[in-house]
Design a protein around this ligand. Structure first.
Ligand code: ADP
Ligand code: MG
Length: 597
């Protein structure tokens, strides 16, 4: 959900759409319309690239090959089998979905550069498949493809095609921007840089990776289908790896982070590319292939001076002229979400028994045992490197324990994936703040509520989940109010001071509706009064039945808040007891003062 209706953005896109719709009515040469058709078809693929690469952080060189599946499926089935183009569209999309799911399933689970490499291999092999198979017409391709049959409209003509292509494109932009402004969209936007955080908030990030990979492939296939019926013939060259790279290029030029950037990038490349092919050889002489060099130079300049792409530069320019209008959310009308009932105070909630974690030869957590009862605030303290954060990672499933057992509400949770642990009611904050800097504070916190919603991507795209979405955002707003950040709800999370970001993480964790909250140094970077406010918030949470495991270096803060303290040093538990007992414990004093006691 956007905080601001950016006036600049609205005026730009609105003006663009109006101009576009008027284009065929103006006395322009048919060539212009044909160009606009190619731009629209390229933009359709590029939207997928923006979704996948710009927003999801996954690079694919194989989008042109997916367009090829859409194009060749309809080309072959309409010419050889006489099928209706509408039927072949469905078959092409289905085939693409199957290929993309398989390819995604195999490669997306691997880390590192497997996806880009796999998509290169995929792009190259499909290109050769199109070129070598005799019934696909080899390198000559297939021709005689019928025009799209719809009512009495003559789609042999470029103008009806223009309206069809751009309607499809605008619909795709609408669907995708709905998707991005939803529960699924927050998960998708967290894929780039926030994967571990999202997983520990209960998000199945693998699911969303495959989802956007398949969606991007489907957009490409749809574009390929339009392309085949517009050209009325296909050959392998528009579906090769070179075109795959060009789509990436369009996304980067326009702005890999915004859907409209895809349209801008495709327009620029389509217009400039053709002219460069004519102008450059004249400038430099000879028949060389200069566009590659010029594009390379433009790309370097862009990455240096406008890494967000030209779209954000353009909206920034317009934003100076047209001020932003704030649109607040109508949160009050949403119903409340159901909440867990906390376990009876005093019952065993979290039990660690002889838990160890080794990193190679380093024993970061060594044979640790302690228990946390429902309704308690337990402090976990110790010098830097004692193994406190590692203990948090073991309890929340970011790391599997090397040995020992971790039980939560009586069930073993050691080694479970972190989202499974989140589902059971454990939520956490991070010592090194993990947030999505360009998303609003409200949206960041709403990631915590992911598992409390159920609407899938399709409903989000069609805007059929607005009631649930309002409930989730309302809950996020409630959690922000609980920690006193309600006034910063609509700010960009990245612009908050570090101390406030930490508090925002607490709100996000609360949004998971946990029964156990793990806070890793929540008071670091806070001033005295802010610490007092935080202490009050935590006391109120305890009064409401929340249990808290707290890592903190400020001893005053810890002593004032906790019911029980566990002290670690070099991975080992050296003491545990009430705050008063710990303050007088000689081993603890030695650990903290370095043996002078
Ligand atoms: P604390 O939070 O108490 O300051 P940590 O749990 O972060 O301590 O770290 C405990 C020890 O484990 C440190 O020596 C640290 O360098 C090491 N360590 C933590 N995480 C990893 C990791 N992923 N790989 C290797 N060593 C690690
Ligand atoms: Mg730590």
């Amino acid at each position: 959900m956007m905080k601001f209706k950016r006036t600049a953005n609205t005026i730009l896109t609105g003006g663009f759409v109006l101009l576009l719709m008027a284009l065929p009515l103006l006395p322009v040469p048919p060539f212009w319309i044909i160009q606009a058709n190619y731009i629209g078809m390229a933009a359709l693929v590029t939207i997928g690239v923006v979704l996948l690469t710009g927003i999801g952080g996954m690079t694919s060189f194989g989008q042109a090959a997916f367009a090829g599946i859409g194009a060749y499926t309809t080309a072959y089935l309409t010419t050889a089998a006489g099928m209706s183009p509408w039927l072949t569209l469905l078959i092409g999309l289905l085939l693409t979905a199957i290929c993309a799911t398989l390819l995604g399933w195999i490669t997306l689970r691997m880390s590192g550069h497997y996806l880009p490499l796999a998509t290169i291999a995929w792009g190259i092999s499909l290109y050769f498949l199109f070129g070598k198979v005799s019934w696909l017409g080899m390198y000559d391709g297939l021709s005689g493809i019928p025009a799209i049959p719809l009512a009495d409209i003559d789609f042999k003509n470029e103008k009806p095609m223009f309206y069809l292509i751009w309607t499809v494109l605008l619909a795709a932009i609408w669907l995708m921007s709905n998707l991005l402004n939803s529960r699924s969209g927050r998960a998708i936007r967290a894929l780039k840089g926030g994967r571990l955080m999202a997983e520990s908030m209960g998000v199945n990030t693998g699911h969303y990776k495959i989802l956007i990979f398949v969606l991007a492939a489907l957009l490409a296939a749809l574009s390929g289908w339009l392309f085949a019926h517009f050209q009325r013939s296909v050959n392998p060259s528009p579906f090769g790896i070179k075109m795959g790279i060009e789509y990436l290029f369009m996304a980067v030029i326009g702005g890999a982070g915004s859907l409209w950037g895809a349209v801008l990038g495709s327009t620029i490349l389509q217009l400039i590319g053709d002219h460069l092919q004519v102008i450059l050889p004249k400038l430099f002489g000879g028949a060389g292939n200069y566009e590659g060099i010029v594009f390379g130079v433009i790309l370097i300049l862009l990455l240096k001076y406008s890494p967000q792409g030209l779209w954000s530069w353009l909206t920034g320019l317009f934003a100076g002229i047209f001020p932003a209008v704030e649109v607040k959310l109508a949160l009050d009308h949403a119903g409340a979400l159901t909440r867990r009932t906390p376990p009876a105070a005093g019952s065993a909630l979290l039990q660690l028994e002889r838990v160890s974690k080794c990193f190679g030869g380093l024993v970061a957590v060594n044979n640790i045992s302690f228990e946390l009862k429902a309704g308690e605030i337990v402090g976990l303290i110790g010098p830097n490197g004692a193994g406190k954060s590692t203990t948090f990672n073991l309890v929340t499933g970011l790391l599997p324990p090397s040995e020992g057992s971790i039980r939560f509400l009586g069930h073993a949770i050691g080694g479970l994936p972190s989202r499974a642990i989140a589902t059971r009611g454990i939520a956490r904050t991070f010592q090194h703040v993990q947030l999505m800097p360009t998303m609003s504070v409200l949206e960041n916190v709403a990631i915590g509520a992911h598992q409390r919603g159920a609407a899938g991507a399709l409903r989000a795209m069609l805007h059929l989940e607005r009631t649930e979405e309002a409930c989730l955002l309302q809950e996020a707003a409630r959690c922000l109010t609980q920690v006193g950040l309600q006034d910063l709800m609509y700010e960009q999370a990245g612009s908050l001071p570090l101390g406030k970001q930490r508090i925002m993480e607490i709100a996000r964790a609360l949004c998971c509706d946990p029964v156990l909250l793990l806070l890793d140094e929540p008071a670091a970077g806070l001033r005295y009064q802010e610490k007092q406010d935080l202490a009050q918030v935590l006391q109120q949470l305890r009064a409401d039945g929340m249990s808290i495991l707290l890592v903190e270096h400020d001893m005053g803060f810890v002593m004032q808040l906790t019911d029980h303290i566990v002290v670690m040093e070099f991975g080992t538990k050296i003491a545990e007891g009430t705050p008063t007992a710990i303050q007088q414990n000689s081993a603890v004093i030695t650990a903290y003062l370095g043996g002078e006691a």
